[in-house]
Design a protein around this ligand. Structure first.
Ligand SMILES: [Zn+2]
Length: 176
């Protein structure tokens, strides 16, 4: 039996489900906001970056001229090297063992879906003295002027913590 109230309720529920599904599908992002997942496990420190391409290179499509191509190449090289972007405590002696950068839309001929495109990068560091790891210093604000906020999720053996960094903050406490 359907009263108008339960009908309205189920309509609202299905609408909100649709909105959520659409949001997920279009992978909408907010320019200036990047996501960072940080995990410490044993000797490894892993960092995953998910950023609107706009916040890194200033556009979200394949480069249209030499200047844009050069800008994109510089950003890709910088991220691939990871130099100065993610710094664990020096005493923990962490070295970058793996770095992967994905930005398919920057490839020639590629088109952004719905006008937006992301860049994903992942890093793995091996630390000689992981017990010394207490903070992760981020060089992202310095390297990329268009980033305004970093939403960080830190995972460790004891759980997860969410932290939001705004300029000029750059230090993330690591949970262990
Ligand atoms: Zn965008």
């Amino acid at each position: 039996m359907h009263t108008s109230a339960t009908w309205l309720m189920s309509l609202m529920l299905s609408l909100s489900t649709q909105v959520a599904a659409q949001h997920k599908h279009s992978h909408a992002h907010e320019h200036g906001v990047v996501r960072l997942d940080v995990a410490v496990q044993g000797e490894s420190l892993t960092v995953n970056l998910d950023a609107p391409l706009d916040s890194l290179v200033g556009f979200e499509r394949a480069p249209r001229n030499d200047k844009e191509r050069q800008a994109a190449d510089e950003v890709l090289a910088r991220l691939k090297s990871g130099a100065g972007l993610f710094n664990g405590d020096a005493s923990a002696q962490c070295t970058l063992s793996k770095a992967e950068v994905k930005a398919p839309v920057l490839e020639a001929g590629a088109t952004a879906k719905g006008g937006h495109a992301d860049l994903e990068a992942s890093y793995e560091f091996r630390c000689t003295l992981p017990a010394q790891l207490r903070t992760l210093d981020l060089g992202l604000f310095e390297a990329f002027k268009r980033i305004q906020r970093i939403d960080v999720q830190v995972a460790g053996a004891r759980g997860q913590v969410k932290v939001t960094l705004r300029r000029p903050a750059r230090s993330v406490r690591l949970v262990r």
